[in-house]
Ligand binder design. Structure first.
Ligand code: MG
Length: 233
């Protein structure tokens, strides 16, 4: 093994279920501060457009951005409103306290580390979160699908992450994620080993039944080094 690549939401960051209309309302309130009814209409339209985009991720693995959500919702792209939106997501961004010690342990073993996330957020938002929590410098490469054409489980997303951590062969990489379809089946399809951390409350409309066996299952990130030890022996 030469690298370990992690999913972000629900894996490096414990999953938090949000009220997406309420979060988009923060965006809409900046656009329509004096018109609560219009702000609510915009918030509902944006949340519905985002939900539809996630359905396209589920069914077609097409990546999308917040700009595309706003265009689909017929709402203008506004920097101040986006900043309000970003702050609305803050409660769902805390990095698992086990992440930093784990990443240091992996790097101490000479392994490369990376992130591959299916996300609409711009890379800068994710990097700000990782920097805030003191882990950004512990990754050799981070790939956010908002910069890609395809999300997980599309092979090209995984291959982009393998390249980002500077490894040639996916078989030299382990992927750690919380979703059997997106993470485990996608990683195994390109020849990576796959470790499942099955503790997320994945939204029903984002689930895909899949018959795939992870190479290991861990209940917390701190269990990963023992799994790697088992493969090395
Ligand atoms: Mg996840």
């Amino acid at each position: 093994m030469r690298a370990v690549i992690f999913d972000w939401g629900g894996t490096l960051t414990p999953w938090v279920s949000l009220d997406h209309v309420a979060v988009w309302r923060r965006y809409a309130d900046v656009l329509h501060p004096a018109d609560p009814a219009e702000a609510q209409r915009v918030a509902v339209a944006a949340a519905e457009a985002e939900r539809a985009a996630w359905l396209r991720v589920r069914d077609h693995h097409t990546a999308f951005t917040l700009e595309q959500v706003l265009a689909d919702a017929g709402s203008p792209y506004d920097d101040a409103a986006l900043e309000a939106l970003r702050l609305g997501y803050d409660p769902a961004t805390a990095t698992d306290p086990e992440a930093a010690p784990l990443l240091r342990e992996l790097r101490g073993r000479g392994l490369r580390t990376g992130v591959l996330s299916s996300t609409a957020w711009p890379a800068a938002w994710h990097e700000a979160v990782l920097r805030r929590d003191g882990v950004l410098d512990l990754f050799d490469g981070c790939v956010w699908s908002s910069d890609l054409e395809w999300t997980k489980p599309h092979p090209s997303a995984f291959l982009a992450a393998v390249e980002a951590v500077g490894v040639d062969d996916p078989a030299d990489c382990v992927f750690v994620g919380d979703r059997p379809y997106d993470d485990i089946s996608g990683a195994k399809a390109v020849g990576m080993r796959a470790v499942l951390v099955p503790h997320s409350d994945i939204p029903e409309h984002q689930r895909v039944p899949v018959n795939v066996e992870p190479d290991a299952v861990i209940r917390s990130l701190s269990e990963l080094p023992a799994v790697l030890d088992g493969w090395a022996s």
